[in-house]
Design a protein around this ligand. Structure first.
Ligand code: SF4
Length: 268
């Protein structure tokens, strides 16, 4: 490994943004990818997609946005590593997204991946043993750098090879966001209203609705409707106007210089 290019998972939340900034400051070339979850709870204009686009512009890095597609619904229905407290199959979800990111990493000639994961922040997928499962199942052991908690984890290959300076990485742990907010202030990143992002699959009330046969006809998120039909064994409603149809959406970025933008919408 001698190049300095990484693919970063950018949700648009504070953690992934800060994680990227730390590596940019080390001179690493970074391209961001965003997986558009239909279950994002960010209620800013255009939801989580807006956040990822906005933060890629703040960081001045290229961004590619990928639809999770209906393939993601299968991950939710049949998680190999089970659910968190509600319908959130977090370990499988991370494996799903990192596998896609790995494919893109190989295509784009990058050497490793960056995520904004923080040890102990999420009980299902951000424990040490869960991170180890994710690394093993994706075949990415040593290639997923988690800058916010890196000093609490085994050195990754880019650290071992001196491509990334481990001394400048962090040892953040737990659910608090005090350290990340301080870093955001330091780096003058101040427009992050959806700091932690959010996922409907972790919402108890949403899950109750999904499992209620009377709800299916009223759900306007295509993927949620699929789940509702699956859980209630109800036939697909005839006339539903969906607000989100990942595969058909065109994503445009606005203010980045033309040469840094590759607009496309793809399901991988
Ligand atoms: S909270 Fe939702 S988006 Fe995040 S890892 Fe879990 S299932 Fe995936």
């Amino acid at each position: 490994m001698n190049k300095k290019k990484a693919i970063a998972l950018l949700s648009g939340g504070l953690d992934s943004t800060i994680a990227i900034k730390i590596l940019l400051d080390q001179g690493i070339e970074i391209e961001a990818v965003n997986f558009m979850s239909p279950f994002c709870t960010c209620d800013r204009k255009d939801g989580c997609r807006h956040e990822a686009k906005h933060m890629s512009q703040v960081l001045n890095i290229p961004l590619k946005m990928f639809s999770t597609g209906l393939e993601y619904i299968e991950v939710i229905k049949y998680p190999r590593f089970g659910y968190g407290k509600n319908l959130n199959p977090c370990i499988d979800c991370r494996i799903f997204m990192l596998n896609k990111a790995k494919k893109y990493m190989d295509e784009s000639g990058a050497n490793f991946l960056i995520t904004g994961e923080v040890l102990g922040q999420r009980p299902k997928s951000q424990r040490k043993d869960a991170l180890a499962i994710i690394d093993r199942e994706t075949g990415l052991k040593g290639l997923i750098l988690r800058p916010l908690s890196a000093k609490l984890l085994a050195p990754t290959i880019p650290e071992q090879e001196g491509i990334v300076d481990r001394k400048q990485l962090l040892a953040i742990e737990g659910r608090g966001r005090k350290d990340q907010i301080a870093l955001a202030e330091k780096h003058k990143i101040n427009d992050y209203l959806c700091a932690g992002g959010g996922c409907l699959l972790t919402d108890k009330n949403f899950v109750v609705k999904l499992k209620d046969p009377d709800s299916c006809d009223m759900i306007t998120i295509k993927e949620a409707s699929e789940l509702c039909i699956y859980y209630t064994k109800k036939r697909e409603p005839a006339e539903v106007k969906y607000t989100y149809q990942g595969k058909d959406e065109i994503i445009k970025s606005s203010s980045m210089p033309e040469s840094r933008i590759e607009e496309r919408m793809i399901t991988i």
